[in-house]
Ligand binder design. Structure first.
Ligand SMILES: C[S@@+](CC[C@H](N)C(=O)[O-])C[C@H]1O[C@@H](n2cnc3c(N)ncnc32)[C@H](O)[C@@H]1O
Length: 276
């Protein structure tokens, strides 16, 4: 594995966070797969394309991309050993042969120049210490005319999840929002002007950032969803893991329970750009 410069992220994704995501891959996919449609439509993967999935985690998007690029290939890159183990196992289970996974830091990974037609990501590009350097590195990995389609977390205000998390923080008596301060961490690329600035500085053209909406299934019922939400890394980190957090989460999630599960309407930023 090449050097890691995002060492705090590497520790988190090889520690509690990565272990939780790997163990609960199906639950995280239920939360995030509502955005796969718009992401894959924007990526417009051709049957012979070579696709890079940045921050691929357990690899659901990598496998979907590989299926679209049936004469090409998909490579997932991620910091997290436990999630990459899961990604390997799931690809083998599903018999997806044209997929590879590699451990590395996308900010500095020594990609072969021009070796991909398209780079995609589902919530894997918001954590770079130096985003201009990271997107510059990803851009060099693309052929001229290659493109990116990246899902990033949107600002939480106005979303169902934002409401639940704000109530949770307030009722738990914690001033810090449940996912940390807005504009940093997961929401670091929520602001379209900032994304344009970063991707342009990294050498991309035709940068756009559109709001997309999707349903997020957090659990079977309010109690199940509350257990999962309270164990989610950012909530646990900012609010602690006391039983009262779960109890409050269950109350806040109850209005979203339906026979199909606890369904929250979520929003994300879909960022697209082209390498000139
Ligand atoms: C929110 S998870 C999303 C995982 C996956 N894309 C999904 O949709 O299920 C973020 C992922 O980005 C990865 N990641 C964060 N920083 C990274 C970096 N600098 N290089 C490679 N992967 C990174 C993490 O290890 C983690 O798997």
């Amino acid at each position: 594995m090449a050097d890691i410069v995002n060492t705090g992220q590497a520790e988190a994704w090889n520690g509690y966070e990565g272990a939780h995501w790997a163990a609960h891959h199906d639950r995280y996919d239920a939360v995030n797969s509502g955005f796969n449609g718009p992401l894959l439509a924007a990526a417009a993967i051709g049957e012979a394309d070579r696709v890079l999935d940045v921050g691929c985690g357990n690899g659901q998007l990598t496998r979907l991309a590989a299926r679209q690029a049936r004469l090409g290939s998909a490579q997932g890159l991620d910091l997290s050993a436990p999630m990459l183990d899961r990604a390997h196992a799931l690809a083998a289970e599903e018999g997806v042969a044209n997929v590879t996974f590699e451990q590395g830091d996308a900010q500095v990974h020594p990609f072969t120049d021009g070796s991909f037609d398209v780079a995609v990501s589902r919530f894997g590009v918001m954590f770079f210490a130096d985003p201009v350097a990271a997107f510059g590195n990803i851009g060099r990995a693309l052929r001229p005319g290659g493109r990116v389609a990246l899902l990033c977390m949107a600002h939480l205000e106005g979303t169902d999840l934002g409401g639940v998390l704000a109530a949770l923080s307030a009722r738990a008596g914690v001033a810090e929002p449940a996912t940390g301060r807005d504009g940093t961490g997961p929401t670091s690329l929520a602001d379209p002007a900032r994304v344009r600035e970063i991707l342009s500085a990294a050498g991309f053209a035709d940068v756009s950032s559109d709001l997309v909406e999707g349903d997020q299934i957090w659990g079977r019922d309010a109690a199940d969803a509350a257990r999962f939400l309270a164990d989610w890394g950012p909530v646990r980190h900012n609010l602690g893991d006391g039983p009262e957090v779960r109890a409050i989460a269950e109350e806040e999630l109850r209005p979203f329970a339906s026979p199909d599960g606890v369904r929250l309407r979520g929003a994300a930023r879909l960022v697209t750009a082209v390498r000139p």
